[in-house]
Write a protein that binds this ligand. Structure first.
Ligand code: C2E
Ligand code: MG
Ligand code: MG
Length: 661
C-alpha cells in the first residue's frame, strides 16, 4: 500500500515543471525529481552536492545563478526544513527563471536605446502599471521616473476620448499586437496635448503578454504649424485679412443663407487711387504700412457680420451680409470713401492722401454665383475708375452692355487662337557691358482680321480672366522654343528666349509639365529658356508657388521676375524662391534721369538684386541717358526701343546680324 503511494508520488513529483530536491545539511542531494535534473542539466543528482544556499526560513524566494553546460541560467529557490530519517534535511523548490530574466534583459537593452531618442517611451507590465520610462517621457509629460513607476498608465489620460476609443485601441492591440494613432494626453501641468502614439505588445515564448511598450511623439508643435499653414493659406500675410480663397467660401455661404432667408448680399470691390504713387515716392515699406492702416480703418467701419478681404495689391473686397435694400450698399460705400480720404500718417512723419474707387455687385439682382458676383463687382469698379476717382458704381445694365462687348472679343479671340491668328514678336535683350544681343523676349500679338495687329494690352487681361491665357501661353511657349531652336540650327550663338507666364497659367496649368513637353518636342535646350513670372503670381500662394518653382528649376530653365516693383514687392519673399533674373519695370525707367525717387528706387533695386545674386534687366529703355545711368549702376541687361521694339522673327535676325556681327 505504502509502496503504491510512494510509486504514485514519484510520478506526481516528476510531472511537476518546477524542480524539487531534498538535500541534507551539507547540501548533498538525497532526492530529486525529473525537472530538477533538467534544470541543473544533470542525469542523476542523488549523492551530488549542489552549490546552492540552503535557506531555513521558508517561502522567501531566493534568486541564484546556475552554471550549466548550456550556459548561464537563473533559478528561483524556495526551501523548507524537514526531518528525514531522523536528521535535518531541506526540501527545495527550484524554478527556472532564465527565460524571464532574458526577457527583462532584452527590455532593458531596448530601454537603453530608447533613453537616447526624442520620442517618449513607456513600458507597462501586463497589468498596465508603468515599469519603465525614458528621459524624453519626462520632457514631454513632465512626470519624473519616481512619479510614474508603479502607477497605472491611465495617469496620462486627458479625458478627451470616450470608452469606445480605448476599446478599439485595445481590440487592435489584442488582435494585431499593435496600435498606432493620434491621441490626446495630459501633461503633469494639466495641459492637454496631442501625441502620435504607437503601442506594441511584448509576449514571452509561450505567447503570454508580459509588457506593452508605448512610443510617442509630441505633435502639438506640428498641430500649431498646421493651423498656421491653414491660416496662411486663407489670409493675406501683410494685413492678416482673409484672402480670395476665404472670401469665396464666405461668399458662397452668404449666398446660401440669403437664398434661404430671402436677403440681399452686397459685394464691394475697392481699389485705392494713387496707391502706386505712395509706393513710388515713399517706398514699398511705407506702401505696406498704408495697406495695413487701410485694413484697420475698413475693419473699424464694418459690422461684425461683414467681411473684409485683401485680394492683393491695393485691391480689397467687402462682403456685406444681411442688408435691407440695394441702396444700403451705397451708404457703406460712401462712408468708406470718406473714411479713406482722410489723410494717412506714415512713420517718417509724412502725411499722405489717397482715395478709393468702389464697384458694387448684388445678390440676387446681379447673379447667384460667387465667382460671377466678384467678376461683376470688378467690372463695376472698372467703370467707377473710368468715371473719375473717389466714387462708386453699381454693376448694372449699361455696364452689362460693355461686358457683352468684352464677351464678343472673347469669342473672337477664342476663334482666333484656333485659326492661327496669333503671332510672336521678339524684342532683343542686350548685355549692357558688351552691347551685344544675348536674348529675346517673346511677346504675343493677335492678327485680328477685323482690327488688324493687336497688342497684348488689349486682350491679355481678358484672356487671363477667362482662362484663355493658358491656350495662348502654351502656344507662345511652343512657338518661341521652336524659333529658338531654329536659330540654334542656323548657327547663331545660343540666345536666351524669355517667355511670359501669366499668374493664371502659373497656378492652374501644370506649367512644369507643359514646359518639359515643349522642350522635348522642340529640342530647345532648357538653359536657353527663361520664364517671366510676375510677383502677384508668386505671392498669392507662396507654398504652392515654391513647389512649382522648384520643379521648373529642376528642369534647368531660368526664372525671371517681370515688372518688378509694380506689385506687392517683397525682396524678403523673393529670397525664398529660386529666381535668376529680376526685370525692373519700365515705369521706373521712364522718368530717369528726371525723377530723383525713380533714380533712387532703380539704384536700390539693382543693389539689392545683386546681394540676392540675381541678374538685373531694365525694361523700356528708350534714351541714351537712361542707358548711361544703368551702365553706371552696373545693371546687367536691358531691353527697350533704344535698340528695338518687339519685331517679327525675320527682322530680329537682321538685328542679330547688324548688332552682333
Ligand atoms: P512685359 O512682359 O513687361 O513686356 C514688355 C512690354 O513693354 C512689351 O509690351 C514691350 O513692347 C514694351 N516695351 C518694351 N520696351 C519698350 C520701350 O522702350 N518703350 C515702350 N513704350 N514700351 C516698351 P507688349 O508687347 O505690348 O506687352 C505688354 C504685356 O503683355 C507684357 O509686358 C506682358 O505682361 C504681356 N504679354 C505679352 N506677351 C505675353 C504672352 O505671351 N503671355 C503672357 N502671359 N503675357 C504676355
Ligand atoms: Mg515680360
Ligand atoms: Mg515687364
Amino acid at each position: 500500500m505504502s509502496e503504491e503511494i510512494s510509486d504514485n508520488l514519484q510520478l506526481i513529483l516528476d510531472a511537476i515543471t518546477d524542480g524539487i530536491v531534498m538535500v541534507d545539511r551539507l547540501g548533498k542531494v538525497l532526492y530529486s525529481n525529473r525537472s530538477a535534473e533538467r534544470i541543473f542539466e544533470r542525469d542523476n543528482l542523488i549523492g551530488k552536492t549542489l552549490a546552492i544556499p540552503v535557506n531555513t526560513s521558508t517561502n522567501t524566494p531566493q534568486e541564484i545563478n546556475l552554471l550549466r553546460p548550456s550556459g548561464l541560467g537563473w533559478a528561483e529557490l524556495r526551501s523548507a526544513s524537514i526531518q528525514w530519517q531522523g536528521n535535518d534535511a531541506y526540501v527545495i523548490g527550484v524554478r527556472d527563471i532564465t527565460e524571464n530574466k532574458l526577457n527583462d534583459e532584452r527590455l532593458r537593452q531596448a530601454a537603453a536605446v530608447f533613453d537616447n531618442t526624442r520620442d517618449g517611451v513607456m513600458t507597462v507590465d501586463a497589468d498596465l502599471r508603468i515599469v519603465h520610462i525614458n528621459a524624453a517621457f519626462t520632457d514631454i509629460t513632465g512626470y519624473t521616473e519616481a512619479e510614474t513607476l508603479g502607477k497605472p498608465s491611465s495617469l496620462l489620460r486627458s479625458g478627451r476620448h470616450d470608452r469606445e476609443f480605448y476599446a478599439q485601441m485595445w481590440q487592435s492591440i489584442t488582435i494585431t499586437g499593435h496600435w498606432q494613432g493620434e491621441i490626446w494626453n495630459r501633461r503633469k501641468s494639466g495641459e492637454v496635448y496631442p501625441e502620435l502614439l504607437s503601442i506594441s505588445r511584448v509576449t514571452d515564448k509561450s505567447g503570454t503578454t508580459t509588457h506593452y511598450v508605448g512610443v510617442f511623439a509630441d505633435i502639438s508643435k506640428l498641430k500649431t504649424s498646421e493651423l498656421q499653414l491653414d491660416f496662411l493659406a486663407h489670409h493675406d500675410p501683410l494685413t492678416r485679412l482673409p484672402n480670395r480663397l476665404l472670401l469665396l467660401s464666405h461668399l458662397e455661404h452668404a449666398i446660401k443663407t440669403a437664398q434661404r432667408e430671402g436677403k440681399i448680399v452686397a459685394l464691394l470691390m475697392l481699389d485705392l487711387d494713387r496707391f502706386k504713387e505712395v509706393n513710388d515716392i515713399f517706398g514699398h515699406l511705407a506702401g505696406d504700412q498704408l495697406l495695413q492702416q487701410v485694413a484697420d480703418r475698413l475693419i473699424a467701419r464694418l459690422r461684425s457680420v461683414d467681411t473684409v478681404c485683401r485680394l492683393g495689391g491695393d485691391e480689397f473686397i467687402l462682403l456685406l451680409e444681411d442688408i435691407e435694400q440695394a441702396e444700403d450698399a451705397a451708404l457703406v460705400a460712401n462712408d468708406i470713401i470718406s473714411a479713406l480720404s482722410e489723410p494717412w500718417q506714415l512713420s517718417q512723419d509724412s502725411e499722405v492722401s489717397i482715395g478709393v474707387s468702389i464697384g458694387i455687385s448684388l445678390y440676387p439682382e446681379h447673379g447667384n454665383e460667387a465667382e460671377q458676383l466678384i467678376q461683376q463687382a470688378d467690372t463695376a469698379l472698372y467703370h467707377a475708375k473710368a468715371k473719375g476717382r473717389g466714387c462708386f458704381k453699381y454693376f448694372c445694365e449699361d455696364i452689362t452692355h460693355a461686358a457683352r462687348v468684352r464677351m464678343d472679343i472673347e469669342v473672337r479671340l477664342r476663334r482666333g487662337i484656333n485659326e492661327g491668328e496669333l503671332r510672336v514678336h521678339y524684342q532683343p535683350q542686350i548685355d549692357i557691358i558688351t552691347g551685344r544681343i544675348v536674348g529675346a523676349e517673346a511677346l504675343v500679338r493677335w492678327q485680328d482680321p477685323l482690327n488688324g495687329l493687336l497688342l497684348p494690352t488689349v486682350f491679355i487681361e481678358l484672356a487671363e480672366k477667362t482662362g484663355l491665357i493658358t491656350s495662348i501661353g502654351n502656344w507662345v511657349l511652343k512657338a518661341a522654343c521652336t524659333q529658338g531652336q531654329r536659330w540654334l540650327n542656323a548657327g547663331y550663338p545660343p540666345l536666351t528666349i524669355a517667355v511670359n507666364v501669366s499668374p493664371h497659367q502659373f497656378r492652374y496649368s501644370h506649367i512644369d509639365t507643359v514646359v518639359n513637353e515643349v522642350l522635348n518636342e522642340t529640342g530647345f535646350p532648357a538653359y536657353c529658356l527663361e520664364l517671366e513670372l510676375t510677383e502677384s503670381a508668386l505671392m498669392q500662394r507662396e507654398g504652392e508657388a515654391t513647389l512649382i518653382l522648384a520643379r521648373l528649376n529642376k528642369l534647368g530653365v531660368t526664372l525671371a521676375i517681370d515688372d518688378f516693383g509694380t506689385g506687392y514687392s517683397s525682396l524678403a519673399y523673393l529670397k525664398l524662391f529660386p529666381l535668376n533674373v529680376l526685370k525692373i519695370d519700365k515705369s521706373f525707367i521712364d522718368n530717369i534721369p528726371h525723377s530723383r525717387s525713380d533714380i533712387a528706387m532703380t539704384a536700390t533695386i539693382i543693389a539689392i538684386a545683386r546681394t540676392l545674386n540675381l541678374k538685373v534687366l531694365a525694361e523700356g529703355v528708350e534714351t541714351p541717358a537712361q542707358l548711361a545711368f544703368l551702365q553706371e549702376q552696373s545693371c546687367d541687361l536691358y531691353q527697350g526701343y533704344l535698340t528695338s521694339p518687339p519685331v517679327p522673327a525675320a527682322e530680329f535676325e537682321q538685328l542679330l546680324k547688324k548688332i552682333n556681327g
